[in-house]
Design a protein around this ligand. Structure first.
Ligand code: FES
Length: 592
């Protein structure tokens, strides 16, 4: 017999708020009850000083907060949550803030990516288990955005995402510096002997000088832009700086709007359609967005049951030029982007040229076109037109061949034009420890025509799919003035990084993919235009090597084991296989 876990065994398919199982009525099954259960549900809540009229059936709005002092990019979220609450109260709702697992990119080991799916489970179960009719997701640092959207998608309530906003521009001496991007530059300068350790220390505070997330077009800003382009956030969500009072105004308006969304039964599934994903893929190309968006959007689509594939990234992003002159591809930062008009200008440019589904619906109840048609560009050096783009190649290139049968990705806008077609000798690092131990060895047999290959850093390998794919170049080549080389791995790359870097090779080495079989001295061909990645070794030789291949030792217990046993490969979004899809927000049975 199937285990019964839902109230009356019914799903939330009803649309009218007269139906007790409609989202607006969902919380009534806790707070609207009489007798002992109603007493339980209301009485303990009242210890927070809540008056009885809040339990009169008004929409209960969960504010899903990733605030944490260990996630510095989200450390201002308590303030933001208070502003959302103001809006909710003003619109007649009942706000309830709750914490979920936070994912601090700069501190968590081995990598936040390993915990994205864990956090998404926390979000999904927290929403479903509680008397919540609609949800506001407070997102910011890289993985907090996809984790919360994935978890909420599996519940499919009316949901609005609010990004925390980027930090103000960094400034070191007379140089404008960007989060992450300048860390790589500083490390290279230190390796080349042109920057001292004390100067590096001084630059730390110069880079991170306000609340907010990375202010380059790294993964956080990319994902904030994805929120807006998917229609899940209000217009201007992506770029208003965290320290700008208009970010608090946006939070206030989010609070007002989510109450209306519950009344309108405007659920995630009505927003996150195939059209919304196609829009987001094109916007990613136009902003020169992070390669990380590929895995995150694939995972979100998987939760929603929308059929989006890795090839869609090439199909819809291939002809989209990069319009935005932001680091790491360009020279400006998110603060400049906001002053120039922000993402609505980019989306208007795409829409006017047939590259955006104008009719896609958004959380404010309007179409994308209605939201962006009046956008004005105030600085064409920051946001270029489609006619005169910043870079011709914006989207993500998906590469296939005998080295990446399930695909690999490369970000052309961050790569060197002269290396987009290249044949070179492999210099192989078996894992990240091997790389660290040998890369700066003066005896390492490598020159600028070599191709650096890194194995065992994929979803299972690191474990968790770390951002080490943009391996720093050997010190001896940096000292010679070499600035880029072809690098290939099954790892990811920080959205703030740059270079001719082939990432997400699938299947990964730890899963026995062909990458595991590459040996020192093999010749590799990269042809970005032809979308090809080829290992010039015969099939017979590869089969012989495969017979000798030994898998890595698996984790013995805990979440690491669950992750390794169930994580999917990069080309399908790296979700845990049993989390794909959604279960809705059915009401669990009473525990007493
Ligand atoms: Fe949090 Fe970059 S470290 S957004």
């Amino acid at each position: 017999m199937a285990r019964k876990t839902v109230y009356r065994g019914k799903s939330l398919a009803a649309k009218s708020d007269k139906d007790p199982l409609a989202p607006k009525g969902r919380s009534k099954h806790w707070f609207g009850q009489k007798g002992m259960d109603g007493f339980h549900h209301r009485s303990w809540m009242k210890n927070q000083g809540l008056p009885h009229h809040l339990f009169d059936g008004r929409p209960v709005i969960g504010i899903c907060n990733t605030w944490s002092e260990l996630t510095p990019c989200n450390a201002h979220f308590r303030v933001l949550a208070e502003r959302v609450k103001r809006g909710i109260y003003e619109a007649g709702g009942f706000p309830v803030e709750f914490p979920v697992t936070s994912l601090g990119e700069t501190l968590m080991r081995p990598t936040t990516m390993m915990f994205r799916n864990l956090a998404s489970m926390d979000v999904e179960e927290s929403i479903r288990a509680n008397p919540i009719d609609g949800v506001v997701l407070l997102v910011g640092c890289d993985k907090t955005t996809p984790a919360l959207i994935m978890g909420a998608a599996s519940c499919d309530l009316p949901t609005l995402a609010l990004s925390g906003g980027p930090m103000l521009n960094g400034r070191y001496g007379d140089e404008t510096i960007g989060s992450g991007t300048h860390v790589w530059k500083f490390v290279e300068r230190q390796k080349a002997g042109t920057m001292t350790f004390d100067q590096m220390t001084e630059a730390e505070a110069c880079m991170s000088r306000s609340v907010g997330h990375c202010m380059t077009m790294g993964t956080a800003s990319t994902m904030a832009s994805m929120v807006e382009s998917l229609g899940l956030g209000l217009p201007s969500n992506a770029a208003i700086p965290a320290a700008d009072s208009r970010r608090n105004v946006l939070a206030h308006m989010v609070g007002r709007r989510i109450v209306e969304m519950v009344d309108e039964d405007l659920r995630m599934s009505k927003i996150l359609t195939r059209k919304a994903f196609e829009n987001a893929i094109r916007v990613n190309g136009a902003i020169g967005g992070s390669t990380n968006a590929v895995v995150h959007l694939l995972a979100i689509a998987g939760r929603m049951g929308v059929n989006v594939s890795l090839d869609d990234w090439d199909k819809f992003g291939r002809d989209v030029p990069c319009l935005v002159n932001l680091m790491p591809s360009g020279k400006y930062l998110m603060e400049d982007f906001y002053y120039a008009g922000g993402l609505p200008v980019v989306m208007k440019e795409l829409a006017e040229n047939g590259l955006l589904h104008k009719s896609a619906k958004t959380v404010n109840g309007k179409t994308q076109w209605a939201n962006v048609k009046d956008a004005t560009c105030y600085n064409r050096d920051v946001i270029h037109s489609l006619e005169k783009p910043f870079k011709e190649n914006g989207g993500i290139a998906v590469l296939r061949g005998n080295l990446s049968p399930s695909g690999a990705v490369l970000k052309p806008s961050a790569a060197t034009a002269g290396l987009m077609q290249h044949r070179g000798r492999a210099v192989v690092f078996e894992d990240i420890d091997d790389y660290k131990a040998r890369v700066d060895d003066p005896k390492l047999d490598i020159d600028e025509t070599s191709i650096m290959v890194l194995k065992n850093c994929g979803p299972k390998g690191y474990p968790g799919f770390s951002e080490v794919g943009n391996m720093a170049l050997p010190a001896k080549l940096l000292k010679k003035g070499v600035t880029d080389m072809v690098r290939i791995s099954d790892a990811r790359m920080s959205g703030t990084a740059y270079g001719t870097v082939v990432l997400h090779v699938a299947p990964e080495a730890a899963a026995g993919g062909p990458l595991a079989l590459v040996r020192e001295g093999d010749m590799i061909e990269l042809d970005v235009k032809g979308r090809r990645l080829h290992l010039d070794v015969s099939d017979a030789e590869l089969a012989a090597r495969k017979a000798e291949w030994q898998p890595l030792e698996s984790p013995a217990r805990g979440y690491a084991k669950l992750h390794e046993d169930h994580v999917m490969q990069a080309d399908t979004g790296c979700d845990l296989d049993f989390l794909v899809g959604k279960s809705g927000a059915e009401i669990p049975r009473e525990s007493h």
